[in-house]
Design a protein around this ligand. Structure first.
Ligand code: CAA
Length: 273
């Protein structure tokens, strides 16, 4: 072999994801970290493509019971990518149904926990709202500042906020564009809990995901489906839907095992069927 040929190094495979990092802090927990630090995790189309691919894979992986999405200490995500959007025309965004790809997250059947530190603005706030549970560090700053850009939220902010915190507060936030704190978000029921200490919110989210993953998966999926139905159905339809799901769980191994274990004073061994 010539010396020049031996100097050529085999090329490294290109990393699969460049805008996110995926990891498994525990075998049953998938952790996705948004990773565009220079743009404060602005949610570009390539980032969302990777995010969709990663969550879909985790949803299909039988070993995984719950998913955590996080960002950095400075930013969960500072919104949709304004630089990508700024020159778009109505006909492009309308024809191509811009932001439609963001909805995949809401079709994922396993629970998704958002662990939010720093800025969760615009699309970043909406991304957190698309998750099932939001944990926030005390540094988290939420907001829907789109009005300052001459637009309104386009990733579900007006609808999900209104259903969670009511009309008056949502109007104030959407029409003034003012930010709100983790403490306000917790007080209004947007965030399930505020976690103190640097890095602790991800730790806490992984712990919560691990607890969820230790339960029977069929019941977990049914629980998520039932709670989400509360946002879509009226009360009597919602109650009927819940009851039917509850009835259906009597066809599972995990119901037999869970109730037998209680009666026998032992821990249940769920097998997710
Ligand atoms: N899109 C693209 N780039 C962004 C961005 C965004 N949403 N947010 C921040 N960045 C970039 C900045 O342009 C800057 O890049 P350069 O270094 O190349 O200039 C870098 O990230 C760091 O940002 P700043 O220098 O502005 O950092 P800061 O600490 O001074 O301010 C901030 C932080 C208050 C979050 C500020 O960056 C900001 O206001 N960002 C925009 C927030 C926003 O308006 N979000 C809504 C977007 S629209 C939307 O999301 C629509 C929807 O509903 C789907």
């Amino acid at each position: 072999m010539s010396s020049s040929a031996s100097a050529v190094k085999p090329s490294e495979p290109a990393p699969r994801f460049t805008n996110i990092i995926t990891s498994r802090p525990e075998p049953s927990v998938g952790l996705i970290t948004l990773n565009r630090p220079k743009a404060l995790n602005a949610l570009s189309t390539p980032l969302f493509k990777e995010l969709n691919e990663a969550v879909r894979e985790l949803d299909e992986d039988p070993e995984v019971g719950a998913i955590v999405i996080t960002g950095s200490e400075k930013a969960f995500a500072a919104g949709a990518d304004i630089k990508e959007m700024k020159d778009k025309e109505f006909s492009d965004v309308y024809k191509n149904n811009f932001l439609e790809s963001w909805t995949l997250l809401t079709k994922i059947r396993k629970p998704i926990i958002a662990a939010v530190s720093g800025y969760a603005l615009g699309g970043g706030c909406e991304l957190a709202l698309m998750c099932d549970i939001i944990l926030a560090s005390s540094t988290a700053t939420f907001g829907q500042p789109e009005i300052n850009l001459g637009v309104i939220p386009g990733g579900g902010g007006t609808q999900r906020l209104a259903r969670t915190i009511g009309k008056s507060k949502t109007m104030e936030l959407v029409l003034t564009g003012r930010n709100f704190s983790a403490a306000e978000a917790e007080r209004w029921g947007l965030v399930s809990r505020v976690v103190e200490g640097e890095g602790k919110v991800v730790e806490e989210a992984v712990k919560m995901a691990s607890t969820i993953a230790s339960k029977g998966r069929v019941a977990v999926i049914a629980g998520k489906e039932a709670v989400n139905a509360a946002y879509e159905l009226n009360m009597s339809e919602g109650l009927r839907f819940e009851r039917r799901l509850f009835h259906g769980l009597f066809a599972t191994h995990d119901q037999k095992e869970g109730m037998a274990a209680f009666a026998e004073k032992r821990k249940p061994k769920f097998n997710h069927s």
